[in-house]
Each structure stands twice: as C-alpha cells, then as structure tokens.
Design a protein around this ligand. Structure first.
Ligand code: SF4
Length: 467
C-alpha cells in the first residue's frame, strides 16, 4: 500500500468537508464507545483483567524468543510448518512460494491487517493469483479498490448507499439498499469462491505456544470457511501475537471483544492446530504459519516496546476525537488512529509519518480505554522528540518551542506573558465571549471559535485554590 501519511493535513481538510464520511463517522461515534462502556461496566473485574493483561504482555515481550520457539516446535510436532520472515518482502515471497507449490490460481482471505501491512493482495495479483477477500467489509473494499479505514470495521467510512452502488456495479443485479438482500448477494458470490479456492489465508488474533495453535476471532464465520475448505491453510501473523497458554489466551479474549465492539465475546473463536489428522472430518491438508517481524524485534528494548502489547482491538481509535473527525484513511497507511500514529512511523519511517504523532490533542482517552494500558500519548511524544532531534519538525514548531523554552526557564517573565496573553484573548473574544480569528491560530479558528479564558491565569487559579 502506498504511504500517503505525508498528505495528512490535506487529506484531513478534505475529510472534514466530506458529508458522506462525516455521516459514517457519526455512526461509529454513536456506537462502539457506548457499547464498550456498557460491556466494561457489566464485568466487575474488567479493570483487574486489564492490569493482568498488561503484565502478562510485558512478560511475553521480555521472553518473546522463547515463546516463539516453543510455538514453532509445537506447530512442527502437529505436522505444520513455520516460516520466519524478517521483512515484508520475505513474507510476500514465502506466501507466493506456498501458493505456487499448490498451483494456486485463487486464494480466499480472512481479514488480516498484517497482510495489508505487507501489501499481499497487490503482490499476488501481479503474480497472476487472484486474492478474494471474504470478510464482508474487506469484500466491499476490494470491489471498490479501496483500503480499510478501521482495523476491526474496515469499511466503516462507507454508507449503505456506497455499498448498494458497489454491489449493483459488480454483481450486475438490481440495485438494493436492503442490508439483508445485500448480504445474501455477497454470500452467493463468495460461496463459489470458498469452494474453488486452492489456498486459504487468514490472520491470527493469537498464537498459542503450548499447543502450536492459532486462533481467529470473527463475527461472520468467513474465517472458518477460509481455513477449512481449501487444501492449504496459511496463517500470516506478526510475532508479538504469541501467548504462552490457552488459559492466557482466554484472558485476552475476555478483553478483546468488550474493548472493540462492546460484545461480551466475539461470535466465532476458531482454533487451528496443524493440518487435518487421520479421522478428522474436515480441515486443510497443509498448514503453514508465516511469522512476520517487519521491524517489531527492533522495538523490543526500545522506548516503543510497550506498543508490542497491542491486541488490535481498535478501542483507541473508536474513542479518539481526531480519528472521529477525519476517519482512518486520512492517516495514509494501514494502521489508523492513535495506535497507527505510533506504529506507522516505526514501519515506514518518521520522515514519512511525522505528521501522525502530531495529530493528537493528547487528551489521553486512548490510553484510558486501551485494554493493555499502552501509554499511547507518551509514545507519540517520543516520536515528536525524534522528529525534533532529526530536524524534521517545521521551522514554526522549532522556533515556537525555542520561544516557549526561553520563557519557561524564566518564571517571572513566563507569568507576565501568560497574564498578558490572557488579557489579549479576552479582548479578542469581545462581548461574544468567543474569538473567531486569532493571529497564528488559523488552524484552530478556521473551524471553531476559541472561548474567552477566565480572567485569571492557571497559576493564579492554582494559588487561589491552594489558599
Ligand atoms: S493500542 Fe490499545 S486500544 Fe489501540 S488497538 Fe491496540 S490494544 Fe486496542
């Protein structure tokens, strides 16, 4: 996927005036956050589970090599094969090789962000292999030659109208806006593909070291058909998805659906443990796991290590005011929202993705809802530091920071300046009590007014309160 993160500002401007997108984002904001809050409130131990999940993930990351090796041993003992891929290119070539060995012309795919990360679909198409997305959202996007805007609900940026148009154009059926009719159409189209596919490719929510199993959590059941019907099942997973035991996996499952969609549990939680055994009634003849590093092992031991705790639940973006205003595609690469603002610079470079960690108000909501308590604002701040150190920040930011630092080191002057700014803002706000235009603050006032501050500075109010 082409990196469009350097266009963030322009894309955001367009997104803010896109009525269709704003309508679709309105549905997101009205849905997932409220459902998560209800689901969390109904589970008294929810907060304690989050602490356990954070601690367990920290332990796993510190022993990542041991758990991955245990996982490989058990996959092999079950009759499967593990492929270690340091880069995206290694992973693409490995998957192509498996497809070629099977003489594959068509592969079905379950939803997998890591296959988006490695650009698998485009690559397979160039090699003459047709990838067919089977998750409904991904299927719609594939018809429209579009990309996911959310890691759990990939087509959340589209309206029913958009879907009806896409199906009408590609299925050559009468146009319908009835979700049940559209669903039935997609089912009919996909059933043929499920049956004829040579290889099925899925992601994995977790890899279980003690059994050599992988698990996918879906709400549609498409993943089950993808992994059981073709002769060959390929699981593509990033390395940090490993957990020690089945019991550990259940801890994360209890948090995952509640944090993502507010469900108590995802509808289908399907474990795969090697290829079909004698006597099994279904399952693939060949089982491969492609483990993708793609920069993750460099995060171990770095200031970004905590990001490896991520279980891809999407809670951070569901609650992010910036994501809620501009949508996921504005971020310009695979992972949107706060988690993407930390991961994207790691994977494509801060030179290309420097705008993302800056696209945050640091309100802290993402950290507040993250089931594994990743301090996302702190990690974004690390990226801002790196950007500054590499002299990549715009001159206005650099001089602005120097200007601020000059005053911050001189408290008397700082107080004088903040008191005068306070008076200036009140003057600009006038009788309306809101400033509609301010010098150097067009980025804010072009879209919203600034309310007049109280007549006292923060420090004055603080001292009054303490008295
Ligand atoms: S960073 Fe946290 S909230 Fe965001 S997707 Fe990952 S686990 Fe979920």
């Amino acid at each position: 996927m082409q990196v469009r993160s350097p266009e963030f500002k322009e894309s955001a401007r367009i997104a803010l005036t896109d009525a269709n997108l704003q309508k679709a984002l309105g549905n997101l904001k009205a849905g997932f956050p409220a459902k998560r809050a209800t689901a969390a409130a109904r589970l008294p131990e929810f907060e304690a589970l989050r602490d356990q999940a954070r601690d367990l993930k920290n332990h796993i990351i510190e022993h990542l090599d041991l758990y991955l090796e245990e996982f490989e041993r058990n996959v092999t003992a079950n009759g499967g094969t593990v492929h270690w891929c340091r880069t995206a290119e290694d992973a693409r070539q490995t998957i192509l090789q498996i497809c070629r060995e099977q003489g594959a012309k068509t592969v079905t795919k379950g939803k997998s962000m890591v296959t988006e990360e490695i650009g698998l679909n485009e690559y397979l198409e160039k090699q003459g292999i047709e990838p067919v997305e089977t998750d409904l959202g991904e299927y719609i996007l594939q018809l429209r030659q579009d990309h996911p805007s959310h890691i759990v609900a990939p087509a959340i940026h589209l309206t029913l109208d958009d879907v009806a148009d896409a199906f009408h154009e590609h299925h050559k059926r009468p146009r319908s806006e009835d979700p049940a009719v559209l669903m039935q159409e997609a089912r009919e189209m996909l059933r043929k593909k499920f049956v004829s596919a040579d290889v099925g490719i899925t992601g994995a929510n977790f890899l279980i070291a003690e059994t050599g199993s992988t698990i996918i959590c879906t709400n549609e059941g498409n993943g089950d058909l993808t992994q059981t019907l073709p002769k060959t099942h390929v699981v593509v997973s990033s390395i940090e998805k490993v957990v020690p035991t089945l019991e550990d996996m259940t801890l994360f499952l209890r948090l995952l659906a509640r944090s993502a969609t507010g469900q108590e549990f995802t509808v289908y939680n399907t474990l795969s443990t090697g290829p079909r055994r004698p006597g099994d009634t279904d399952g693939p003849e060949n089982f491969h796991v492609v483990l993708v590093d793609n920069g993750r092992s460099e995060m171990v031991g770095s200031e970004f290590q905590e990001m490896l705790r991520c279980i891809r639940c999407s809670a951070c973006m569901n609650h992010c005011p910036v994501y809620g205003a501009v949508g996921g595609q504005t971020y310009g690469w695979v992972y949107p929202g706060p988690m993407g603002s930390v991961l994207t610079p790691q994977m494509v470079g801060i030179e290309q993705a420097g705008l993302l960690p800056n696209a945050s108000t640091f309100c802290g909501k993402c950290e507040e809802v993250c089931p594994v308590r990743i301090p996302l604002p702190k990690l974004m701040r690390h990226w801002r530091d790196k950007e500054y150190e590499k002299h990549l920040s715009p001159a206005a930011v650099r001089y602005g920071l120097k200007f601020w630092a000059f005053f911050a080191k001189r408290p008397g002057l700082y107080r004088l300046l903040s008191a005068s700014s306070n008076r200036f803002l009140r003057l600009m706000a006038g009788k309306k009590g809101r400033a509609t235009r301010l010098p150097l603050a067009g980025g804010w006032t072009d879209h919203r007014d600034i309310p007049a501050p109280s007549g006292k500075t923060f420090m004055q109010q603080w001292q009054e309160q303490n008295r």
